[in-house]
Design a protein around this ligand. Structure first.
Ligand code: HEC
Ligand code: HEC
Length: 208
């Protein structure tokens, strides 16, 4: 209720769910002031947020608990009792991944199985190791620009990534395929992936 109710906000117009519907992401970019001005970030899903510190794309909050309290204070402009922040933590920790619609009878299909092998072989699993699909570290992948240029980005977890488009910290990639071919071309080129192998890899990621 706290997460979804706009009345807890100063002037009562916005809830956490405004940008994080169902505790996931509304998919929009927002220019929040947590990491500077003029560098909008794509709203993140809250799934697994408490298990994958740091928090925020550039890791500006130590963990999701700090992110929840920052949201109350700096987005809702509200000073609320700690027990309400604890209740929001409890709600967000209770979120369970929804099985991907790309699974067939709850299992990876043959293309996704081939893609899973490629995921390991091309070294994706180094930074995105199962089961959380993040090594909890930050890397400068050359993806930041403008105000953020040269900053390292927190490795996003990939569970439920089928429902969190667009991708990357600034939402620049509309699809997973675009992540791999347009914005991370180095990875697929150095591994010499064919078009159909890229499709397999995409299928695997969409199945997580
Ligand atoms: C106006 C849109 C908006 C509202 C409202 C909003 N958020 Fe967010 N939230 C974002 C954006 C954008 C990010 C990513 C920011 C970044 O990475 O710097 C984010 C990131 C987070 C994260 C980090 C997750 C992670 O895994 O790194 C947490 C936790 C969070 N929000 C909690 C909340 C809570 C709790 C509320 C309500 C008090 C809230 N948010 C309200 C837009 C919003
Ligand atoms: C050196 C560590 C590293 C390796 C290796 C790596 N990634 Fe990533 N990955 C990241 C980081 C950091 C980001 C966030 C980049 C950004 O937002 O600017 C990311 C973002 C992504 C995203 C977007 C997720 C989202 O929610 O926006 C996908 C999908 C992804 N990686 C898949 C892969 C695949 C597939 C491979 C192997 C071909 C791979 N990654 C290899 C670190 C890595």
């Amino acid at each position: 209720m706290l997460f979804n109710d706009g009345r807890f906000c100063f002037q009562q117009w916005l809830s956490c769910a405004t940008c994080h519907p169902d505790g996931r992401t509304g998919g929009l970019n927002w220019n929040l002031l947590n990491d500077g001005v003029g560098n909008p970030k794509n709203a993140k899903s809250m799934l697994l947020a408490h298990q994958t510190p740091r928090a925020m794309w550039l890791g500006v909050r130590e963990n999701a608990e700090a992110g929840v309290r920052a949201g109350l204070r700096h987005i809702q402009f509200a000073v609320r009792p700690e027990e309400e922040a604890l209740a929001s933590d409890a709600y967000l920790k209770s979120l369970e991944p929804v099985p991907s619609p790309y699974l067939v009878d709850g299992h990876l299909d043959p293309a996704a199985i081939r893609g899973g092998e490629l995921f390991e072989r091309t070294g994706c699993g180094r930074c995105h190791p199962a089961p959380l699909f993040t090594d909890l570290r930050m890397y400068d992948m050359g993806t930041t620009r403008g105000e953020d240029e040269g900053f390292a980005v927190d490795v996003p977890q990939l569970v439920e990534v089928w429902r969190t488009a667009p991708y990357f910290h600034d939402g620049r990639a509309a699809t997973i395929k675009e992540v791999l071919t347009t914005f991370m071309p180095g990875v697929s080129e150095s591994a010499k992936l064919t078009e159909s192998q890229i499709d397999d890899l995409v299928r695997y990621i969409l199945s997580l």
